[in-house]
Design a protein around this ligand. Structure first.
Ligand SMILES: [Zn+2]
Length: 112
């Protein structure tokens, strides 16, 4: 079990967040075995967004702010793309790699 990492998770008023007995009730951060957002760390997109509003700038500064453009060149521009030819001829590969810069097409390394 793990807790949602949302910085305001406990402030959303839902019955599954309520704990305690009448007179001493609290709302608590959600705890589950698995969450569906933010690589499994957040219970909702709202909680993920709350975390980013609180920590996003510090996180970017900590892990390295982009200070110059990241450049797409022919060497790293290959992207897996659905093969249009496959529509008419199913003996052709269903997926190919297309170079975003040159528009060249090549088979996917290692097949499908
Ligand atoms: Zn949450």
């Amino acid at each position: 079990m793990k807790y949602c990492q949302g910085t305001k998770c406990h402030t959303y008023d839902t019955s599954d967040r309520k704990r305690g007995v009448k007179g001493s009730k609290t709302n608590q951060t959600r705890k589950r075995t698995k969450f569906d957002y933010g690589h499994g760390d957040f219970c909702t997109l709202q909680c993920q967004d709350d975390w980013f509003r609180t920590h996003g700038t510090n996180a970017v500064n900590h892990f390295g702010r982009v200070t110059s453009p990241i450049i797409l060149t022919e060497d790293n521009a290959w992207q897996r793309t659905w093969n249009r030819v496959y529509w008419e001829d199913t003996t052709q590969p269903q997926w190919v790699e297309v170079n975003t810069i040159t528009k060249a097409t090549r088979p996917i390394e290692g097949g499908q």
